[in-house]
Design a protein around this ligand. Structure first.
Ligand code: PEP
Ligand code: MG
Length: 897
């Protein structure tokens, strides 16, 4: 018989697929002997069955019955027992955490009879009625689909009547009245009385959790986080414990270290006389964890002790939820906690020092996406001085500038119109997700580092400042008032610093991150704990990695930066810019030349200029390989625009005039060279073969530069790369011509040149005939941009904006194949060409120089495919070094979720 229900004593932390993250960890804690209220998990398999069939599996009811009686046995209470009632919580828990995305219902089991038992049992009438009204609110809202605002209005009216703002001002009588009103709302809205039968309550709640897997906001969250849609959620049913049983009860959330900075030491928030959701929702302002000592020293000590045990056991940052019910500590959740990018690096280093993990594991705990985030610019502190409005809680790092918007719809609408916005809310709820996605940064006036806004923003890598309480938010008037009296309206510019929590009026200039300054050599390794941790982990990655990392750089500045960032050479120097600017005229002359003489004159004029360019780049990279790719784009890209010329010509004709001779020749040439599909036209090696002397000029300029540097005692290492080769014959011709040029220059300068000649592999035909080409070529470099374009027949310039969004929505792919290599298609061509190429020529060097060379997931693929190096933009070089190191550890992907 399929087993759909697992008692907490039956599972463990490795069963996240079946029990979800929460269930698996509750089981783990139970089995560690940590105090966890008894309960059971309904599996993701049951959820999948339900979502597929529209009803729960037949076996579920009996298994739930058995598990419920086990909880009754463990607690000594009865579910529905009027004298000694057992109350339950029902919570979702998927494999991957989806904070606030799915349903939770607390206090299940309360009804007209058990409420009296609860009053008698606790001697706390207020608490009992508070629990009952919370049940009806949560159940009504999430299970029965009643608009939650209706309940909130009742609470607000009751508080108003008492002139209070805090729910603690309401007494038992008030809450009893609230409960009756809530019941009336349910009856009116659903046409049925609130379900009294405890078992019906639990069954409906379980189904509702299953249903919540497919709410719009959960679907959006999964898409954002790339969580597969078919995993389903588990449901955890657990005996309630109460942090709201009076002034001697507490509830809180905590981290075993600071998830924002990575600093050692427990960190958290708690509230007295409250239920768990109150802390996260920011209903009252929570107190810092250390202050719990003065409230209940013994429970605090227990908590710190358990947190230390959990960290030792999981060997990682844990986040926890706890409740102290009249002096007794209960753990309600733990999991490996989310952390900011900076904290991930800092913590990994600390944990190595503490002996919790080794360097390999530390490296596996960080990733390239996090390093990318750390390279984002920060505010320029000196420029910001004086403009600070207030300081809130630094909830998620980074610097964000944008226009204030006060609701998520506006955030989305304005962002769609190209505005950068800062979403300002009192606190956020899961309904704000789309606004948070659209916004550049998030600012809230309530809530701490564990509030919804903070947790979600950190998960998204978005800048967030929380709990900026000095700001007065008036949602009705749509204004934000600062302590200095200044008032901000929707659309006004603000800047928020998620690293310090500071909020600024207007736009604050940004500056490089310390990590970038370290790569640039502007700050030392011991500048701060983050820089040291990045240095240490990158050094380890460099020791581990098999893949080498080069950079794509076309200018001496870029080349120098790439070198500072750790590039081991240039994998792609595009030469297009060497035909632009003042040189455009020479290109025009080249194209318009009547005969050999005119063409050679134009080429002769271009050559010394290009030689100058090569000299600078080779000097910047002295001693390291520099792959120069010969001209690739169609020549007419260097001529005036065809349509503009047509207009010019038409205007001239309308005036009865004509274009002057030169203009007319340009027009004729552009007309002649116009192509319907220039990407499939006269470009790449075809240009080199058709425009006699063009490639030879480039090869000569490069060889002369190298020869000059050799004579000056330097060690230039140029390589010549032929673009867009499709067949070995194209390559052979260009190879021979290059060799001739080398010989000429050697003779002329009296030096020996050793310049390898290789080819891009960016046409499927080249990949499929790689064996033949490799017999002639000294190296391959995969141009995965073109290879993706040509394999999918997707225009790289057009389709991403046009329809990729829809393709991703339809699940045709999870991410653009221009961003991350398509392993099954383009990746297979890479693999075939690498294998065939290396089989034909054991000395063949194989690299990747398309955009994918800097993409973490692609780097893992290339490592496995046996490529020798990746080449990417200078800023991505450190990311590529890190990911290449991680790939060497055998990490499957770049994901550390
Ligand atoms: C490529 O096609 O991947 C490549 C590196 O060349 P380009 O982007 O210049 O076409
Ligand atoms: Mg290309």
């Amino acid at each position: 018989m399929p087993k759909y229900v697992y008692d907490f004593t039956e599972g463990n932390k490795d069963q996240k697929d079946l029990l979800g993250g929460k269930g698996a960890n509750l089981a783990e804690m139970t089995n560690m002997g940590i105090p966890v209220p008894p309960g059971f998990t309904v599996t993701t398999e049951a959820c999948k069955y339900y979502l597929h069939h529209g009803s729960v599996p037949d076996e579920l009811a009996d298994q739930v019955t058995a598990a419920l009686s086990q909880i009754e046995k463990n607690t000594g209470k009865g579910f529905g027992d009027a004298d000694n009632p057992l109350l339950l919580s029902v919570r979702s828990g998927a494999k991957f955490s989806m904070p606030g995305m799915m349903d939770t219902v607390l206090n299940i089991g309360l009804n007209n009879e058990t409420i009296d038992g609860l009053v008698a049992l606790t001697g706390n009438e207020r608490f009992a009625w508070d629990s009952y009204r919370r049940l009806i609110h949560m159940f009504g809202d999430t299970v029965l689909g009643v608009d939650g605002e209706l309940f909130e209005d009742v609470m607000d009216a009751e508080k108003d009547a008492k002139g209070a703002t805090n729910d603690l001002a309401l007494d038992a009588k008030d809450l009893k009245r609230v409960t009756e009103k809530y019941k009336a709302i349910v009856a009116e809205q659903t046409g049925e009385p609130f379900p009294d039968d405890p078992r019906t309550q639990v069954d409906l709640a379980i189904k509702s959790v299953f249903d919540s897997w497919n709410t719009d906001r959960a679907i959006l969250y999964r898409r954002q986080e790339r969580i597969p849609g078919d995993l389903g959620t588990a449901v955890n049913v657990q005996a309630m414990v109460f942090g709201n049983m009076g002034g001697d009860s507490y509830t809180g959330v905590a981290f075993t270290r600071d998830p924002a900075s990575g600093a050692q030491g427990a960190y958290g928030d708690w509230l007295a006389d409250a239920q768990g959701e109150d802390v996260v929702a920011g209903i009252r302002n929570a107190q810092p964890l250390v202050e719990l000592q003065s409230a209940d020293q013994a429970a605090y000590d227990d908590l710190i002790d358990i947190m230390a045990r959990l960290e030792g056991h999981y060997r990682d940052l844990c986040d926890i939820e706890f409740t102290i019910e009249r002096g007794k500590l209960w753990m309600l959740q733990t999991r490996v906690g989310k952390r900011t990018a900076g904290a991930a690096f800092v913590m990994a280093g600390h944990m190595v020092d503490e002996g919790l993990i080794d360097m390999d594991e530390a490296l596996s705990r960080v990733n390239g996406a996090q390093l990318t985030q750390l390279m984002f610019p920060h505010f320029d502190a000196s420029a910001a001085r004086g403009a600070a409005l207030t300081t809130g809680i630094a909830a998620s790092p980074g610097a964000a500038v944008g226009r204030i918007v006060f609701d998520s719809d506006t955030a989305e609408e304005w962002a769609d119109n190209g505005e950068t916005v800062i979403l300002v809310r009192r606190e956020t709820t899961p309904d704000d997700l789309k606004g948070m996605v659209a916004a550049n940064g998030i600012l809230t006036t309530r809530g701490g580092k564990t509030s919804h806004a903070a947790v979600v923003a950190r998960g998204m890598g978005k800048t967030c400042v929380c709990g900026a309480e000095e700001l007065e938010l008036n949602l009705a008037a749509r204004t934000l008032k600062a302590p200095d009296g200044s008032v901000f309206n929707q659309g006004d510019l603000v800047s928020i610093d998620g690293t310090s929590g500071t909020v600024f009026a207007g736009e604050v200039p940004v500056q490089d991150s310390p990590v970038v300054q370290y790569f640039e050599g502007k700050v030392a390794v011991d500048h701060d704990p983050l820089v040291s941790a990045v240095h240490r982990l990158l050094t380890h990655a460099d020791e581990k990695r098999r893949l080498r990392v080069r950079a794509n750089a076309d200018t001496p500045d870029d080349a120098q930066r790439a070198r500072r960032f750790g590039a081991e050479g240039i994998g792609l120097c595009r030469t297009e810019h060497m035909f632009l600017g003042d040189r455009r005229q020479l290109v025009e002359n080249l194209i318009l030349a009547d005969g050999d003489e005119g063409r050679m004159a134009a080429l002769d004029a271009l050559r010394p200029m290009q030689k100058g360019d090569y000299l600078e780049i080779l000097e910047a990279m002295d001693g390291l390989p520099v792959i120069v790719r010969l001209l690739d784009p169609p020549l007419h890209e260097f001529l005036p625009d065809y349509t503009e010329l047509e207009v010019e010509w038409a205007l001239a004709r309308a005036k009865g005039a004509r274009l002057d001779d030169d203009r007319a020749r340009v027009f004729d040439a552009v007309h002649r060279m116009h192509e319907q599909n220039p990407m499939l036209g006269l470009r790449g090696v075809r240009l080199g073969l058709v425009i006699e002397g063009l490639y030879e000029m480039q090869v000569k300029a490069l060889s002369e530069a190298a020869a000059e540097l050799i004579k000056a005692g330097k060690s230039p290492r140029p390589e010549v790369m032929i673009p867009l080769t499709a067949t070995v014959q194209e390559f052979e011709i260009m190879h021979d011509r290059s060799e001739k040029v080398f010989a000429e220059v050697e003779a002329e300068y009296g030096v020996t040149l050793d310049i390898p000649v290789g080819t891009m592999i960016e046409v499927p035909r080249a990949a499929l005939t790689a064996g033949e080409i490799a017999e002639q070529a000294e190296f391959f470099s995969f141009g995965t941009n073109d290879l993706t374009q040509m394999t999918w027949a997707f225009s790289r310039d057009d389709v991403e904006g046009e329809f990729f969004g829809r393709y991703i929505e339809l699940g045709i792919f999870g991410v653009s194949p221009f961003e991350s290599i398509d392993p099954a298609g383009v990746g297979r061509l890479v693999k075939i060409a690498t294998d065939d190429g290396k089989a034909a020529n054991t000395d063949l060097e194989v690299g990747v120089c398309g955009e994918h060379g800097g993409d973490p997931a692609s780097i893992h693929f290339f490592d496995a495919a046996g490529v020798d190096y990746v080449s990417c933009s200078p800023f991505r070089v450190p990311v590529a070094r890190l990911e290449a190191g991680r790939a060497a550890l055998g990490e499957g992907g770049s994901d550390t979720r």
